[in-house]
Structures are given as C-alpha cells and as structure tokens.
Design a protein around this ligand. Sequence first.
Ligand SMILES: NC(=O)C1=CN([C@@H]2O[C@H](COP(=O)(O)OP(=O)(O)OC[C@H]3O[C@@H](n4cnc5c(N)ncnc54)[C@H](OP(=O)(O)O)[C@@H]3O)[C@@H](O)[C@H]2O)C=CC1
Ligand SMILES: CC(=O)[C@@H](O)[C@H](O)COP(=O)(O)O
Ligand SMILES: [Mn+2]
Length: 393
Amino acid sequence: MKFPQKHIAILGSTGSIGTQALDVVAAHPESFTVEILTAQNNAELLIEQAAAFRPNVVVIANESLYDKVFDALDPLGIQVYAGAKAIADVVQMDSIDTVLTSMVGYSGLIPTVKAIEAGKQIALANKETLVVAGELVTALAREKGVNIYPVDSEHSAIFQCLVGEFHNPIEKILLTASGGPFRGKTRDELLHVTKAQALKHPNWSMGAKITIDSASLMNKGLEVIEAKWLFGLEASQIEVVVHPQSIIHSMVQFEDGSIKAQMGLPDMRLPIQFALTYPHRLKADFPRFNFAQYPSLTFEQPDLKTFRNLQFAFDALERGGNMACIVNAANEVAVAAFLQDKVGFLQMSDLIETCMNTVAFIQQPTLDDYIETDTETRRVAESLMSKFENLKI
Ligand SMILES: NC(=O)C1=CN([C@@H]2O[C@H](COP(=O)(O)OP(=O)(O)OC[C@H]3O[C@@H](n4cnc5c(N)ncnc54)[C@H](OP(=O)(O)O)[C@@H]3O)[C@@H](O)[C@H]2O)C=CC1
Ligand SMILES: CC(=O)[C@@H](O)[C@H](O)COP(=O)(O)O
Ligand SMILES: [Mn+2]
C-alpha cells in the first residue's frame, strides 16, 4: 500500500511538538504538504517556518503582531490572518485533510471541534482538548467519521500496541510516568522547590507548561483522562506505573493476561510521524534503542498522597460532567502563576482542589457549558490566587 500524500495544518508550529513535526515533514517532503501554520506570539519563527515550508496560510493568534507577519509573508504570496477565531476558521479549509493540534492548553478545544466538524483527520497532541471535553469531542468525531490519532507518547504507545488487536477487548492499560524531577521527594522537600528545578525534566525536552505538569504529575492525570476518551476505558482499567527511564512508553494488557509494550528512546518525532502516517511506518533515522545501554528498566507505584494532582484526575473521572474541565482550567492558572513565582509548587494542588470544590458542577455539559466553566474557573482561581500569594512560603 502506497502512503498517500497528506495536506496538513500544524497548529502551534513554533512549539516543541510543532517544530518537531516540521522536522518530520522536512525528512519526507514527498509525503506531506504543509498548508497552514499557526502560532501565538513567536512571529519571527513563524515567518522563518513559512518562508521555508511555503504554506498557503499562516495565522498569528496575537492580533498585535499581524502587520509584522503580513509585511514579511504577503510578498511570498502567503495569506496571513490573525486572532483565535481565524485559527478556528482556517482548519475548515478544503485544502487540508489533517490537522495536527500542537498548541498548548485550552486554546486547542475550539479549533479541534471546528476541524472535526469539517471532517478533518486529527493528529492530537493537545491533550487538554480531551481533558476539557472528551465526551463531546469523541462523540462528534464518531458522528463525522473522523479519526483522532494520538501524538502523546503514551497514547501513541497504546495505539501502536492495539494495531492488529482492535477486535480484542482491553483488560487494562499501564500508563507509564517518568515521575518527573521530584520523584521520591516528600511534601516537606517540595515546599521550596523552584521553577528552575521543576523545568528540568529528566528525559524529555518540552514546552514549559507540560514540563511543570510532569513535575507535579498533573501531566499523568491529564493523560489518564485523555486515555479514557481515546480508548473508551473505565478509570478502573487505567493503571499508572512509574518508570523513571521513559523507555517503555506504555503497555496494554489483554483479557488473556498478555501484556504488549511499545519501547524506544524518548523522541517525540516517532509518535508525531506515526500519527500522521498510520497505518504506514515511514523510514526514519531516529536514534535506535540499545539494550546494553539500559541494563536496568525499573518500575514503581506513584505517590498519590504527595503528588495530589494525579488523584484529582481520577476523582474528576469519577465525578464526570464538567469536573475535568474545572481541573484543567485551575491547573492552567496554577502553572502560569508558578512560572511567575506567584505560588509555591504545592500550592498549585491547593488551588485546583479549591476550584473543584467551588465551581458549579454540571453533569451533562454542552460546548457552551464547557466554555463557561473554563471562564468561571479561571475567575475563581485568579481571585483565590491573591490570597495564596500572601501565603506563599
Ligand atoms: N512537547 C512535548 O514533547 C509534548 C507535548 N504534548 C502536548 O502538546 C501540546 C503542545 O505542547 P508543547 O509543544 O510542549 O508546547 P509549547 O509551549 O512548546 O508550544 C505551544 C505552541 O502553541 C502556541 N500557542 C500557545 N498559546 C496559544 C494560544 N492561546 N493560541 C494559539 N496558539 C498558542 C505557541 O505559539 P508561540 O510559540 O508563538 O507562543 C506554540 O506554537 C500540549 O498540549 C502538550 O501537552 C504532548 C506530549 C509531548
Ligand atoms: C513526551 C510525552 O508524551 C510527555 O507527556 C511525557 O510523557 C512527560 O513525561 P512524564 O509526565 O511521564 O514525566
Ligand atoms: Mn505524554
């Protein structure tokens, strides 16, 4: 079977996933045409990428940067738009068949919904979309006959284990977690950790938000929720296993007890490429794993009492409705505040817990309810923050 050329939009092309996606494209120019690139603030890199990959369209979300991007790219015949609404509009263009959602945070939700409504295939890096509105988004994808291919390394691993097994029920998945830079630390030791320490992930180089999420195990919590919606699982079928080396990217256990694992060196280009090329595997020169260099692969249980965010994610799954949307919005405010030295590391969890107990719960949310919940949670979280700032340890 020949791999058909894909016409892609890369949302968040200037980020960690976006730039690695462009590396994948550059290595296979015959397989991909980049039609659309988008970014938030990094106009210089967006212009540079557009000059190299010659998309038809670019969008800069920050409207104040429109003139700068337009002046650079209009002479190249590239259409330039600005604003969040423009991102949600361009993903519906006829010229594309696939959208890689690699922007960070809640900003991914509406463009992903619009792309699915237009029947585009989704390569999903933006896990927050499924955390906020997984039930709605996956139902819409089924209705429109759209596939959502996971980019997140763990979910790609699970997907790769399931190829050839789609008719076999999953008994459970084993979602691996590195444990982050603070694995093994006590709450007392976490009281005074700095953002510089939290930004040092042991195995992966990623954007700031997901790196802080990894340090607090919120990333694993978001991934538990992401896995539920991608693979149609109950919370009881999702087990988190700490695996500090990040070589086994996750595992699936079937009903006969067999466990399949997907392994490799930590390198996001592989899951990005597989999400864009499934069911094909394109030849790639990513560095190969060598067992002799890893004589010991180790496993341990997560510490949910110290890293409370992971427990909150399981609680949110049990509550259902808009609870995961509340957790996500509170976490986005908490992480931004931690990165600005406004709250301490452990206070991020306190902020999320208070929002979970404060913001109105809705059992059957509509898209408008999710949007309202996100806005309301941010309002509550910001107002709580002023109190937390005074208490900062
Ligand atoms: N990095 C990784 O290895 C992995 C990432 N993911 C997920 O992929 C997503 C992207 O992560 P990552 O690449 O690390 O993030 P980065 O912060 O590196 O990049 C984010 C991208 O999104 C753009 N962006 C930021 N805010 C907005 C906004 N409000 N509207 C539109 N665009 C915006 C940024 O533009 P600008 O540069 O102009 O600010 C940038 O292009 C996240 O959801 C993350 O959880 C999942 C697995 C692994
Ligand atoms: C590369 C990737 O998928 C990240 O989500 C990574 O998994 C973060 O690692 P931990 O959250 O396990 O520390
Ligand atoms: Mn991951």
